[in-house]
Design a protein around this ligand. Structure first.
Ligand SMILES: N=C(N)NCCCC(=O)O
Ligand SMILES: [Zn+2]
Ligand SMILES: [Zn+2]
Length: 322
C-alpha cells in the first residue's frame, strides 16, 4: 500500500454476519485482493516436528475461525490496526509434511518472498519448528534480531531421536547460526520439569534470560514488560509465541501442555507493554485444535495475534507520519 491509499479493512460484521463466508484472519481481505500488504498474516500448516501430540497443522485455520469475532478498534492500544496499515491474509504456505528439511526450506523461501515485498510477517499455526526458518529469513533482512520467546518450554534442546529440526530445538539452531542478537534473548512463561539442570546451564550460555510463569505471577505484567523493553531497546525484535505459555486452563488445545502457566490476560498485558518495541515479525504456534474445547485456545491465539498486528500497524503508521 502506498502512503496515500486507504487500507482495505475487514468485512463489516454489522452488514454481513460474522459467521458467513470463508474465514480469513479478522475477516481481512486476502493478500491477492490487495496486491501487497504492510502486514501479511500467513498460516503455516506444519506439525511434523512434534515430540508429543500432533495437530498444530490445523492451528492456523482454527485461529482464523476464532478471529471472526475480533473488532476493528483495539481500545487497549487506542488504535484501529487495520485502518493504520494494510493488513491482509496471505493464505497458507504449502509445506511438505513428510520431509522436515524440505519443509524448513519452503517456509524460509516463502518468508523471504513476503518480507521482500516490504511486509512484516504474522504467522499463525504450526509447531515450533517453524520459528527457525522464519528467523533465518527475518535475520537475512534485518541482521541478528532480538528474540522474545513466550513458551512453557526452553526449545533450546539439541536433538530429538538424532533430529536437529524439531519443535524443541529451533532456538539452539538459531543461536548456532548466529541469526539472533544474543544480548537480547528472553524466554517468558517458562515452567515445568526439564531433562536435567544442564538444560538451564546450556540455555544461559546461549544468552537467554528467563522470566518464569511464577515471576510473571509475582512481579506482575507491567514490571515484566518494563524489564523486557529495557533489555530489547530499539533492536529489531521477533516475538515467538508458543500458545502453551498459557496455562492449560487458558490453552488446552496444544501438544505439550504444562500446569502452572500464565493467564491470557497476563500475556496480552505484557504484549501491550511492548508496543513501543521495533517488532519486525511474529509467530503464534502450537495451537492444536483437536484438544481444544469451545475454541478456548484459538480465541486466546486470535487475540494474541490481534495485539501483535496492532503493534506492527501502529509502528508502520508512525514511521509513515515522520
Ligand atoms: N512445545 C514445544 N515447542 N516444545 C516442547 C518440547 C517438549 C519436549 O518434548 O520435551
Ligand atoms: Zn512449548
Ligand atoms: Zn515451543
Amino acid at each position: 500500500m502506498s502512503s496515500n491509499e486507504t487500507p482495505r479493512g475487514p468485512v463489516d460484521s454489522s452488514r454481513i454476519p460474522r459467521y458467513a463466508g470463508p474465514a480469513t484472519f479478522a475477516r481481512l481481505p486476502r493478500l491477492d485482493e490487495v496486491g501487497t500488504a504492510d502486514v501479511a498474516v500467513v498460516g503455516v500448516p506444519f506439525d511434523s516436528g512434534v515430540s508429543y501430540r500432533p495437530g498444530a497443522r490445523f492451528g492456523g485455520n482454527a485461529i482464523r475461525e476464532a478471529s471472526r469475532l475480533l473488532r476493528p478498534y483495539n481500545p487497549a492500544q487506542d488504535a484501529s490496526p487495520f485502518a493504520l496499515a494494510q493488513v491482509a491474509d496471505g493464505g497458507d504456505i504449502a509445506v511438505n509434511p513428510f520431509n522436515i528439511n524440505e519443509a524448513v526450506e519452503t517456509i524460509e523461501a516463502a518468508a523471504d518472498d513476503l518480507l521482500g515485498t516490504g511486509a512484516r510477517l504474522m504467522t499463525l499455526g504450526g509447531d515450533h519448528t517453524i520459528a527457525l526458518p522464519l528467523l533465518r529469513s527475518v535475520a537475512r533482512k534485518h541482521g541478528p534480531v532480538a528474540l522474545l520467546h513466550f513458551d512453557a518450554h526452553l526449545d533450546t534442546w539439541d536433538t530429538y531421536f538424532g533430529a536437529e529440526y524439531t519443535h524443541g530445538t529451533p532456538f539452539r539452531r538459531a543461536v548456532e547460526e548466529g541469526i539472533l542478537d544474543t544480548s537480547a534473548l528472553s524466554h517468558v512463561g517458562t515452567r515445568g520439569p526439564l531433562y536435567g539442570k544442564q538444560d538451564l546451564t546450556d540455555d544461559e550460555k546461549m544468552g537467554f534470560g528467563i522470566v518464569t510463569s511464577s515471576d510473571v505471577y509475582r512481579r506482575g505484567a507491567d514490571e515484566v514488560a518494563d524489564q523486557l523493553r529495557q533489555r530489547i531497546g530499539d533492536r529489531p525484535l521477533y516475538i515467538s509465541i508458543d500458545i502453551d505459555c498459557l496455562d492449560p486452563a487458558h490453552a488446552p488445545g496444544t501438544g505439550t501442555p504444562e500446569a502452572g502457566g500464565m493467564t491470557s490476560r497476563e500475556l496480552l498485558e505484557i504484549l501491550r507493554g511492548l508496543a513501543s518495541c521495533n517488532l519486525v515479525s511474529a509467530d503464534v504456534v502450537e495451537v492444536a485444535p483437536a484438544y481444544d474445547h469451545a475454541e478456548i485456545t484459538s480465541v486466546a491465539a486470535s487475540h494474541t495475534a490481534y495485539e501483535l498486528t496492532t503493534i506492527m500497524s501502529r509502528q508502520i503508521a508512525e514511521a509513515r507520519a515522520k
